[in-house]
Design a protein around this ligand. Sequence first.
Ligand code: AMP
Length: 217
Amino acid sequence: MRIVLLGAPGAGKGTLCKRLVARYGLLHLSSGDILRRHRAEGTDLGKKAQSFMDSGALVPDQIVVEMMAAAIEETSAADFVLDGFPRTVNQAIELDKRLATSGHSISAVLNLKIADQVVAERMTGRRSCPRCGAVYHIKNLKPKVDGVCDSDGVALIQRPDDSPEVVANRLKTYHEQTEPLVDYYGNNCTVLDIDGGRDPGEVSAAVFEQLDALVGA
Ligand code: AMP
């Protein structure tokens, strides 16, 4: 099963992916995670991506397409879930072309729908531990001591791209550049609309039900 997961930043794509991986044994390929790894390692690609990411803009298509095509090829996995990629119609066209060369195509697209206001609250309240990566929320998932990681006592930080101005920009970018993918995929593949405003257990249950029906069909 080759799945594309669409949804605004903060819609819960990362959490859902973990559950999809556990249930269906898919490989999780997140363009945001791969880009952050490049930045942390100080690669040329990471340096090129930095300013775009920090302002909430998209990294140019060519850079991301090459990076993700290499990631897909490296794994040679038949079953994967793409998280955060493609994010523009051009990226989707390129992805389809490259999959077609090995006789593959996307099996289904999950469209995680959520109101901008909910996303803004989720993202601007998010804090993470710079050492172990644990993620908290100032209202919904508080650490035992304010501002401090439960596991290692390190001061929590806000990801630069979770600041209110950048979140607003990321949402605008999503609506303008990524949402058109719903129509793009609607023309050539199965798109499953999922209400992402519920708690993560309900979201994954709804997704499993739809995917099981699709796989069983
Ligand atoms: P994410 O963690 O998926 O929200 O991605 C963080 C940032 O990485 C985004 O705000 C973009 O700047 C960049 N990024 C991730 N995936 C893509 C993509 N498919 N195309 C362009 N930029 C991307």
